[in-house]
Design a protein around this ligand. Structure first.
Ligand SMILES: Cc1cc2nc3c(=O)[nH]c(=O)nc-3n(C[C@H](O)[C@H](O)[C@H](O)COP(=O)(O)OP(=O)(O)OC[C@H]3O[C@@H](n4cnc5c(N)ncnc54)[C@H](O)[C@@H]3O)c2cc1C
Length: 335
């Protein structure tokens, strides 16, 4: 008897317990499907847990599909902010600022921004724009998402797959939300890890808004997202680097950059460091395929949902809704 028989064979196995896998699994389970999430790394140890995180496309394509997925997700995050204590989602004000003259990106304009006043610009910055945005305390949010999923009847299992063929015997439908793991699991050479390191601090309420340095071609990322009395300070985008070990020198550099721009952080206490690997790809892969079973066994419908780069949180609900449509189109025996 396999593990899946013990609790009844699921209709869908979702591979991956990051923000993409958990959101997809919750949406499928709430649509009435029996869903199991199988993941090598459990939610708190994923790339998703390391994210800042705010709503805004970064290092993701294609632009038109991303805009639609992001708009769907924005509406959901705005609703989730009503239950901030539980969900970890808040909608707050903040600015993006640049040390050289530049225009806000198209997505920011369509989300509603206004130019910064001179008084709002930090020293060294010549232009900027202000907006209200969801900010998401990712460890808290992922824990809430997992609860939402299990409340809808889902189950999360720690399990690593060596190939997609192995997944085919587990359920008639498999959704591949393996993030950077898709590089070896699919295998897809188009997926590249882009390493991000952040420092978590306690600022005791001194940081009231989010801040992002949007200077074009800036050599380093500098940003700060408050979550109550703590904040996530960033960051890095190290293409091709898959080292999960935090670098103390990088943390020092992040603290130095953030404290220089945001003096209110000078007394902040360092609580920890997080590292994640953004699953960069030329375009998100969200489509239906089929996977053959191992040793000639029956195959399964396979829906890919990976390659969300630096914006997996931003597009998570839109992508999950599209996966549900694809799963419905494929049809599930008994449904
Ligand atoms: C520092 C940093 C800051 C970021 N800031 C933002 C932000 O502000 N806004 C935003 O929208 N995005 C942000 N991102 C990007 C965002 O975190 C990613 O796009 C997102 O986490 C990708 O989610 P995922 O679920 O695809 O991948 P992951 O979170 O990496 O999850 C992948 C899951 O698949 C599992 N898996 C992989 N291979 C296998 C296998 N063979 N068998 C079983 N399981 C497997 C893993 O164990 C894991 O559970 C940031 C990222 C970083 C690193």
């Amino acid at each position: 008897m396999s593990a899946s028989d013990e609790v009844g064979r699921p209709d869908v196995v979702v591979v991956g317990a990051g923000v993409i896998g958990l959101t997809t699994a919750a949406v499928l389970a709430e649509a009435g499907l029996r869903v199991r999430v199988d993941a090598e790394r459990l939610p708190g140890a994923t790339t998703s847990a390391a994210a800042g995180a705010t709503w805004g496309p970064f290092m993701i394509g294609p632009e038109d599909r991303v805009a639609a997925w992001a708009a769907t997700s924005l509406a959901v995050f705005e609703e989730l902010a009503a239950g901030q204590e539980e969900t970890g989602v808040a909608v707050i004000e903040g600015t993006h600022q640049s040390m050289t003259p530049t225009e806000p990106p198209r997505w920011a304009v369509s989300a509603g921004v206004r130019p910064c006043t001179a008084a709002e610009l930090r020293p060294g910055y010549v232009t900027g724009w202000r907006r209200r945005s969801p900010v998401v305390d990712m460890p808290r949010y992922l824990a809430w998402l997992e609860r939402r999923f299990t409340h809808a009847g889902g189950r999360v299992r720690a399990h690593a797959y060596r190939s997609l063929a192995e997944t085919a015997q587990e359920a008639p439908v498999v959704v591949n939300c393996s993030g950077v793991g898709a590089a070896t699991l699919v295998p897809d050479p188009g997926v590249t890890p882009v390493r991000g390191q952040v420092v978590v601090v306690r600022h005791g309420g001194a940081l009231r808004e989010f801040f992002g340095d949007d200077t074009p071609d800036a050599p380093e990322l500098t940003y700060a997202f408050p979550h109550g009395d703590t904040a996530v300070l960033g960051g890095t985008a190290q293409r091709g680097d898959a080292t999960l070990e935090p670098s103390p020198a990088v943390s020092e550099a992040i603290l130095h950059r953030c404290r220089a721009v945001l003096p209110e952080l000078r007394g902040a206490e360092v609580l920890g460091t997080r590292v994640g690997l953004r699953p960069a790809r030329e375009a998100v892969r969200l489509e239906t395929a089929r996977v053959a079973g191992a040793d000639g066994a029956d195959g399964a419908v396979l829906v890919h949902n990976y390659g969300h780069g630096g914006a997996g949180v931003t597009v998570s609900w839109g992508c999950a809704a599209e996966v549900l449509d694809l799963v419905k189109q494929a049809g599930i025996p008994g449904h």
